[in-house]
Design a protein around this ligand. Structure first.
Ligand code: 5GP
Length: 114
């Protein structure tokens, strides 16, 4: 896949407000937050979209969700609730083609999404 700005954030070539890192995952605050808490949890591996998730990625994708839940607890939004979103391609509203899980919270979310 073509490299994105998220690879540069992983390599610390551009700054980001990083809130979590381990050997396979990085999480940082969204530059244009849509909620009081808006954090992107991304794999360090370059996976473009959810269409590119294969069986070998199942543990990694589960880890993204687990890390998001840990961060939600740390941010103090776990009990009141939050939303986790993977956007995929044009109709899903995906702008950056590096798999990322949005963690959104700190306010009431509307449903259904627009
Ligand atoms: P998507 O629309 O692809 O699901 O979400 C991409 C997200 O990445 C957007 O919410 C956007 O604000 C965020 N974003 C894009 N470029 C940067 C950046 O350079 N730094 C950070 N922290 N977030 C970014």
């Amino acid at each position: 896949m073509a490299e994105t700005i998220f690879s540069k954030i992983i390599r610390r070539e551009i700054p980001a407000d990083i809130v979590y890192e381990d050997e396979s995952v990085l999480a940082f605050r969204d530059i244009a937050p849509r909620a009081p808490v808006h954090i992107l949890v991304i794999p360090k591996a370059e996976i473009a979209t959810t269409n590119d998730v294969s069986p070998e990625h199942e543990t990694l994708v589960g880890h993204l969700v687990h890390v998001a839940s840990l961060i939600a607890a740390r941010e103090g939004i776990a009990e009141e609730g939050y939303r986790l979103v993977f956007n995929c391609n044009a109709n899903g509203g995906q702008a950056v083609n590096h798999l990322h899980l949005h963690l959104l919270g700190g306010r009431k979310m509307s449903w259904p999404p627009g």
